[in-house]
Design a protein around this ligand. Structure first.
Ligand code: DGL
Length: 275
C-alpha cells in the first residue's frame, strides 16, 4: 500500500512545500493540514507553538495514518521539532531549517547569508545555528507583515512590494554595518515562496534567493526514495492523492490554496484541534 506522507503548516504557506513534494514524489499519498484557525504561529511563544504543532502532528498520524511527517513551517521546525517528535514517537519527522541551510551552503561563495523569517524563527536563531554548523555567517531579520499579506492573497500587490523593499533595505544596511558580504538570501518561511517574483525583483543583483520549501522537498524526496525508507519507490507514474484539512474557513482554503499548490486543492475538510 502507498504510504501516507503528512505535511503540516500553520496556514497555506506549506502548500509551497507540498507542491514541490508532489513534483518529486508523484505516486505518494499526501495529507496536508493547515492550522489556519491558530495562525500566525510566528508571533507566538515556543510553548504555544510546540503545543499547536504537536496536536497537528498527532492529527496527521493518529487520524490520517501518516507514516512520515514533513513540517512545512519554519516556525514549527525552529521551535517545536523536539516536541513534535515526542508527540509522534517512531514517525520520521523532517523539518525545513536544515535543508534550507544546506541549500544556502551550496549557493554561497562568500559564506555570508541573509535570512528572512517570522519573529519566532528569528528569535530562536535556528538558522544562525544551522548556518554556523555549516561554516557560514547568517544575519536574520523578522518580517512579520509578510505572512498576513500572503494569507490575504496580496502576493503581487504594490503595498507588498513596498513592505519587502523596506525590510530588505534595513537588512542590507545591517549587513553592511556588520561588515558582512552576503550573496545569498534564504526565504526562511514557507509563505515567502509566493512572494519570490517580487523579492527577486527587489534584491540587489548578485544575491541568490534560496527557497526553504524547495530545499525541504528535495531532502524529503532523498529520504523517502532512499534505501529502505519506504516499502516502494514513490517516483513513477503520477497518481498523487492529496487530502487537505484546515482548522478554519474551508472556503478560503479552497480559493487561495489552489493558487499556492498550483493545482486544485480539491475538497478541504474542516477539523477542530481545540483552542
Ligand atoms: N509558514 C510559517 C513558516 O514557515 C509561518 C506562518 C506563521 O507565522 O504562522 O514559518
Amino acid at each position: 500500500m502507498t504510504p501516507t506522507i503528512g505535511v503540516f503548516d500553520s496556514g497555506f504557506g506549506g502548500l509551497t512545500v507540498l507542491r514541490a513534494l508532489i513534483q518529486r514524489l508523484p505516486r505518494a499519498r499526501f495529507a496536508f493540514l493547515g492550522d489556519t484557525a491558530r495562525l500566525p504561529y510566528g508571533s507566538k511563544s515556543r510553548r504555544t507553538i510546540a503545543r499547536y504543532a504537536a496536536e497537528s502532528a498527532q492529527f496527521l498520524v493518529r487520524k490520517q495514518g501518516a507514516e512520515f511527517l514533513v513540517i512545512a513551517c519554519n516556525t514549527a521546525s525552529a521551535l517545536a521539532l523536539d516536541a513534535i517528535q515526542v508527540a509522534v514517537p517512531d514517525i520520521p519527522v523532517l523539518g525545513v531549517i536544515e535543508p534550507g541551510a544546506s541549500a544556502a551552503r551550496a549557493a554561497t561563495r562568500t559564506g555570508d547569508v541573509l535570512v528572512i523569517a517570522t519573529d519566532a524563527t528569528v528569535q530562536s536563531h535556528a538558522y544562525s545555528a544551522a548556518c554556523r554548523a555549516l561554516g557560514m555567517r547568517a544575519l536574520e531579520k523578522a518580517c512579520p507583515l509578510l505572512v498576513p499579506l500572503v494569507e490575504e492573497g496580496w502576493t503581487s500587490h504594490p503595498i507588498t512590494a513596498e513592505v519587502i523593499r523596506i525590510y530588505l533595505d534595513e537588512l542590507n544596511a545591517e549587513a553592511q554595518a556588520q561588515g558582512l558580504t552576503p550573496d545569498t538570501l534564504v526565504l526562511g518561511c514557507t509563505h515567502y515562496p509566493l512572494l519570490r517574483p517580487l523579492i527577486q525583483s527587489i534584491v540587489p543583483p548578485g544575491i541568490r534567493v534560496i527557497d526553504s520549501a524547495e530545499a525541504a522537498a528535495e531532502a524529503a524526496a532523498l529520504l523517502f526514495n532512499g534505501p529502505a525508507q519506504l516499502p516502494q519507490d514513490l517516483a513513477g507514474t503520477p497518481e498523487t492523492t492529496v487530502h487537505c484539512f484546515a482548522t478554519d474557513s474551508v472556503e478560503k482554503f479552497e480559493r487561495l490554496g489552489s493558487r499556492f499548490l498550483g493545482r486544485p486543492v480539491g475538497d478541504v475538510e474542516l477539523v477542530d484541534l481545540g483552542g
